[in-house]
Design a protein around this ligand. Structure first.
Ligand SMILES: Nc1ncnc2c1ncn2[C@@H]1O[C@H](COP(=O)(O)OP(=O)(O)OP(=O)(O)O)[C@@H](O)[C@H]1O
Ligand SMILES: [Mg+2]
Length: 361
């Protein structure tokens, strides 16, 4: 997957710019607050339909304007693809090769990217929600059935939670089995695919982590242990778990088990990373997971995603920077930094200087 160019109109601090990318390593550099991250964000948005940092699409519109337009032309395994998004106060329109997409799911699978920024440390050190988010974004890009199951699961979950708050217990007990039969079906799809993904990711992440630390540390990643077996078996088990906990859920007023509560175990040298890892270990582990994601994408989709590295160089020591750069060989990378870093000198890179939302020639 290679992005040829990116067009930004009224997007963040960009008025109207076109940014051309090379197939290899693209280095976006410039001083603070010039628009480097904004550019990385636009790439991510076109790949996933969401921003890695904005809560609302509205924030992406340049202040004082009433719409934003972003588009990119890319070259993938199946030929050229053009993705276009127009964001207004009231919503958005997305076109793939000129055709308006009907469902959000249709934006996925056209452009692939793996995004890494200092924020990604949260993947290791924050609560389970961050790890679920990682899995959801990553697997959704690779698997439409996963994305659809996720959307449906969340919708039914919301209805189930509303039902749990109903004062009429007869209705509650009557309807719960009905919701749960649907809910457990989607839960099983989600749980099974997450476990499969983690099982593929774990050994690759461990290998990369070992390389980044020169063999000094061991990274282990494991999915929820309770999800062993086929999707059909999981569905049965999840259904049973839900039905054995009606009273608990009614008392709490929400559904206290299921994929929306699950976590991923991440350990460094046998100790829970969230509780024990140092800053440097956390950073290296997060980077290893993300670089492993790149490899898994390649394995599952047949081509490399675009790797977007926002502001990560400054946080790594020189040997790790060099290792990181070596992992970007053979795929398109968009890397932002404040000065074209020393480690990049002598390498074949395409340098793009950004100043005040403009590309400086
Ligand atoms: N909707 C918007 N309209 C106008 N300007 C915006 C909008 N959103 C963000 N900006 C501005 O864009 C500028 C550049 O932001 P960006 O995060 O891309 O900086 P950066 O080059 O990555 O800087 P740093 O090196 O500090 O990370 C900021 O000054 C910010 O205020
Ligand atoms: Mg930035």
């Amino acid at each position: 997957m290679r992005i040829k160019n990116l067009n930004l109109k009224n997007f963040r601090n960009y008025a109207d710019e076109r940014i051309e990318f090379s197939d290899g390593l693209n280095v976006i550099y410039g001083r603070n607050a010039q628009g480097k991250t904004n550019c990385a964000e636009a790439v991510y948005y076109l790949c996933t339909g969401t921003s890695p940092r904005a809560r609302r699409d509205k924030q992406l519109i340049r202040r004082g304007e009433d719409y934003a337009e972003i588009s990119a032309c890319a070259e993938g395994r199946y030929g050229a693809v053009e993705i276009y998004a127009k964001i207004t106060e009231n919503g958005r329109e997305i076109r793939v090769n000129g055709n308006k997409i009907a469902r959000n799911a249709d934006i996925l699978g056209n452009l692939y990217s793996v995004f890494f920024s200092p924020q990604e440390l949260r993947l290791i050190q924050d609560g389970p929600e961050e790890r679920r988010r990682f899995l959801n974004v990553s697997i959704s890009q690779l698997s439409r059935p996963y994305y659809i199951a996720l959307i449906r699961y969340n919708r039914i979950l919301e209805q189930r939670n509303n039902l749990l708050k109903d004062k009429n217990l007869n209705t509650v007990f009557e309807l719960l089995p009905v919701w749960d039969s649907e809910l457990s079906k989607y839960a099983a799809t989600i749980a099974r695919r997450r476990a499969d993904f983690i099982e593929q990711l774990a050994p690759v992440a461990a290998e990369i982590h070992s390389a980044l630390t020169e063999g000094a540390e061991r990274l282990e990643i494991r999915p929820e242990k309770k999800y062993k077996g086929s999707e059909e078996e999981l569905k049965e088990r999840i259904y049973t778990e839900l039905s054995e906990n009606y009273e608990r859920d009614i008392r709490l007023g929400f559904t206290a088990s299921g994929p929306h509560r699950d976590d991923v175990e991440i350990e460094i040298d046998g100790a829970d990373a969230k509780s024990y890892a140092s800053q440097g270990q956390t950073r290296t582990a997060a980077l290893s997971v993300k670089l492993a994601e790149v490899e898994i994408f390649k394995r599952l989709s047949g081509e490399y995603p675009v790797l977007v590295l926002d502001d990560v160089m400054s946080e790594l020591d020189l040997p790790r920077r060099k290792k990181l750069v070596s992992y970007t060989q053979g795929l398109q990378t968009v890397l932002t930094c404040t000065h074209a870093e020393r480690v990049l000198y002598g390498l074949e890179t395409h340098k793009i200087r950004i100043e005040g939302g403009k590309v400086k020639k």
